[in-house]
Design a binder for this molecule. Structure first.
Ligand SMILES: Cc1cc2nc3c(=O)[nH]c(=O)nc-3n(C[C@H](O)[C@H](O)[C@H](O)COP(=O)(O)O)c2cc1C
Length: 192
């Protein structure tokens, strides 16, 4: 696939089929991730690949992350609370494969933390492009729950490590939406 075509035509695909994805495809996605640029050659990424029942690690963490907010809502019926927690757990089942990408920054004092995060973000983009090349749909999901301590402990992250995204992957179950971007020229300042 042409690089320019992949860059422009890749779209976030949130609806995918409940069909297994070949392991070789997932491995190619991960192999492409580790070719991302990274300053000082720190290679600061960690990936947790969840399939089948393994996704319950993420589902339980979504539910645990939601617990504080639900507990703060006085007077909620136990049944309603259970329903909401079940909805949180079900989020992890939105795709047959979910890859949690985390940053494990170098402790070298010369290394800047934001650059370590940037490297993992680049790795995620490689994954999204490769998923597209493999005929798969993928979306990078994040949000507040990802920052919750329950998530960190679900993946056994150490102090200083953090999650940067959940990549949901599967065979597309939706038509790729039309991409829309402001032209580069409208975001560019030429200095000569
Ligand atoms: C850091 C980051 C976090 C994102 N988090 C979410 C998310 O939580 N949920 C979601 O549906 N999409 C999420 N996205 C995907 C964007 O919504 C999507 O890239 C954007 O709408 C542009 O669409 P496209 O990817 O099809 O070009 C995220 C993207 C990035 C870069």
């Amino acid at each position: 696939m042409e690089l320019q075509q992949a860059i422009r035509q890749r779209r976030s695909i949130g609806k995918v089929l409940d069909l297994p994805v070949e392991k070789e495809k997932i491995e190619r996605i991960l192999e492409s991730a580790v070719w991302a640029p990274n300053h000082h050659h720190t290679e600061p990424w960690k990936f947790f690949v969840m399939t089948g029942e393994g996704r319950r690690v993420l589902g339980s963490a979504y539910a645990n992350a939601a617990l504080d907010a639900l507990d703060a809502l006085d007077g909620m019926e136990a049944e309603e609370k259970e329903k909401r927690l079940a909805r949180e757990e079900a989020k992890a089942m939105r795709a047959p494969v979910v890859i949690a990408a985390a940053c494990s920054p170098s402790t070298n004092p010369r290394v800047i933390r934001s650059e370590e995060l940037a490297a993992v973000h680049c790795a995620v983009q490689n994954m999204l492009l490769t998923a597209y090349e493999e005929g798969l749909g993928a979306v990078w999901r994040s949000g507040e729950p990802m920052q919750h301590p329950a998530m960190k402990s679900a993946f056994g992250l150490k102090n200083g490590e953090e999650l940067v995204g959940f990549i949901y992957i599967g065979y597309p179950a939706m038509i790729s939406p039309e991409g829309k971007r402001i032209a580069a020229k409208d975001k560019t300042f030429w200095i000569s």
